[in-house]
Design a protein around this ligand. Sequence first.
Ligand SMILES: *Cc1c(COP(=O)(O)O)cnc(C)c1O
Length: 466
Amino acid sequence: MFEMETEFRRLPGVDKILASERLTRLAEVYPHDLLVDLARKQLECERRSVAGGRAASAFDKIVAVIVNRVRALESPGLRPVVNATGVILHTNLGRAPLSGEAVAAMEAVARDYSSLEFDLDSGTRGSRQVHIESLLCQLTGAEAALVVNNNASAVLLGLSALARRKEVIVSRGEAVEIGGSFRIPDVMRQSGSKLIEVGTTNCTYIADYEEAITPRTAALMRVHSSNFKVVGFTQAVDIEGLAELGQRNDLTVFDDLGSGCFLDATVYGLAPEPMVQQSVAAGVGLICFSGDKLVGGPQAGIMVGKKKLIDKLKKHPLARAVRIDKIRLAGLAATLLHYLKGEATGKIPIWRMISASVEEIAQRAEVWAEASGGSSQVVDGESMVGGGSLPGSTLPTRLVAIGEGKVKGKALAQRLARELRRNESFPVIGRISDDVLLLDPRSVLPEEDKIMIQALKGLVAESKSG
Ligand SMILES: *Cc1c(COP(=O)(O)O)cnc(C)c1O
C-alpha cells in the first residue's frame, strides 16, 4: 500500500547522492556547488512527485537523472548537421554554410585582437566598416556601403533614418510578410514612417506610385517578393521605372532585395533573381539584402547606395544598436572576395550546390544508395534554393528514396528519418514526401559524403537488428 510518509523517508539525502560512484567521478571535473544544486533540484522534483501520490524513484534512477542533466549542459543543442533536405538555404538549418576561407578569416579575428576600429597607418581610431565598404563598392558599383546585423535591421534602420514621420509608397503586392513575423507594415510602424499602399495585389503601375506622391512622401520602396510568387495576370513596376520616378520627384528609392544576388541565376537554370548591380546601375538610392541568403556568407544586413544616404544611416543612433560583430565582418569580407576573384561558384558552398550538375549528383546518389544496402532507390526529384529566394524555382536533382513500397510506409519513413537525425557523430536531416524518406545530395557538399555513407550503413545495421 502507498504510504506517503514511507515514500518521503525513502528519498536519499544530498550527501548520499553526492557520495555515489557516478557523482564522485563528476566531482573530479565539476565544482561541488554545482552538483549540490542539481541534487537539491532533483530531490525537490521527487518530493513534489511523492506529494502527488507517486512512489519515490529508486536511488540509481535519481543519480542517473542528475548525471543526464550534467551531460545535457555539456552538449549544447546547437551543433552541426548534414542537410540532405535538398533545400539549399534552409533557414531552420542556419542558411548558408561558409567557404573554408571565410571560416579561416573568422577564426583568425576570433582568436586574436584585430584592427577592427584601428587604423594601422596612423595609429588612431578607425571604422569597422572600411574593411568591407570598398569591397562592396567595387563589386556593386555603389558609392557607399554599410553592413549591419541582418537584413531585417537594415530595413528598420533605412526607414527610421530616411522616412520617420513621413510617407513611404509601397505596392500592395509587396506589403508582405517575409517569415519569422517580419512584416513590412509592422516594420514601417516601428520605424515611425507611414505606409502608403498603392495598386492592387496583382497589378501595380508606375502611375499608381506617381498619383500617391504628396509633400509628405519620403521614399518609394520596392520589397522583393522573395518567398511567394504571384502568377497569372500580374504587373509590377521594374526598378528602372521606380528609380526614374524617384529622380524626377527628388525622392529616395529604397530597394529591399531580400536575397541580394551578385550572379545571374538564370545561368544555372533558375528563375531570374534581381541582381544588386542592376539596382545600383538603375540609380536606386538605397539597396539592402541579407548576407546569408544568395550571397552565401554569414548573417548580415548589407546596405549599398548613394553616399549621402549611407552617411545618414551611419550617423543614426540605431546604427550602433544593429551593428555587426568583428567575426561575421571578417567572414563576409572573405566571402565577397570570392566574387571579386571570379571564383564564387567554385568556392562558396551554396553556389557550388546550385551549380552542381545532375550527372555529378546522380553519381553520388548511387554511392549513397549502395551504402543503404538495397533498401533504397535513386529517383528523379527537385532541389529548392529556399530561404526566401527564388520562389517556385527548383533545380533538377537525383534523390535517394528509402522505404518505398514497404507496407508500413509512413511509420517506416518517420522511423528512418528519426534514426538519421540521431546519428551520433553528425545528425542527418532528410525530407519525407509521400511516406518515403528522400535524401538529396545537392545540399550536401561532396566532402560530407563519407558522413552520409557511414550514417546510411548505420541505418541498415539498425533496421536489421530492430
Ligand atoms: C529575408 C528577407 C528579409 C529579412 O532578412 P534577414 O537577413 O533574415 O533579417 C527582409 N526582406 C526581404 C525581402 C527578405 O527576403
